[in-house]
Design a binder for this molecule. Structure first.
Ligand code: AMP
Length: 185
């Protein structure tokens, strides 16, 4: 199973991604988690990425694409994976398509978690992560709207997009997600 999971910041994507990867026994690849680990370990890539993350901006495509390319080589990705937070730009989506075409392993489905923007700001502000100041939150929502939302058309045109309502309890949303993903398991 190869899944892309798309949703705005604050939609509860990370929680669902973790549970879904566990249910289907596939790798959970969160570029946000990878970047935070690199930042905390003060690697060169981590320090470079932090400049963008702490401003609510997207890290440059070239950095992210290199990280994902290396990660997909690892053995735990053989069984499949759920990409959480990648791709986030059309350039990243095109790079992913190319990587997967070379391997002959196309995506099965792109799952969108749909949450209205006014709901997101409140959720993000309540989360208390150090990178969650109001200005940074606002910037991250802008980045989603301008750079990531175009992916919905990109994958929609390719017949890969499935959208679920992201409002409700963790359990309700998990049920909706598995109702879609079970078709590909
Ligand atoms: P997340 O935990 O997915 O919300 O990611 C946290 C931050 O990491 C984002 O605000 C971006 O600065 C950066 N980031 C994560 N994934 C990507 C990506 N695919 N492309 C660019 N930046 C990313």
């Amino acid at each position: 199973m190869r899944i892309v999971f798309i949703g705005p910041p604050g939609a509860g994507k990370g929680t669902q991604a973790e549970r879904l990867a566990e249910k289907y026994r596939i790798a959970h690849l969160s570029t946000g988690d990878m970047l935070r680990a690199a930042r905390d370990a003060r690697t060169e890539v981590g320090c470079e990425a932090d400049k963008y993350m702490s401003a609510g901006q997207l890290v440059p495509d070239a950095i992210i694409i290199r990280i994902i390319q290396a990660r997909l080589e690892e053995p735990d990705c053989q069984r499949g994976y759920l990409l959480d937070g990648f791709p986030r730009t059309i350039t990243q989506a095109e790079a992913l398509d190319e990587m997967l075409a070379q391997r002959g392993t196309p995506l099965d489905v792109v799952l969108e978690l749909d949450v209205p923007e006014d709901e997101l700001f409140n959720r993000l502000a309540g989360r208390g992560r150090t990178d969650d100041t109001p200005e940074v939150i606002r910037q991250r929502l802008v980045a989603y709207r301008e750079q990531t939302q175009p992916l919905l058309d990109y994958y929609g045109e390719r017949g890969l997009l499935k959208t679920i309502d992201g409002l409700g309890t963790i359990e309700e949303i998990f049920e909706r997600a598995t109702a879609v993903l079970n078709d590909y398991a």
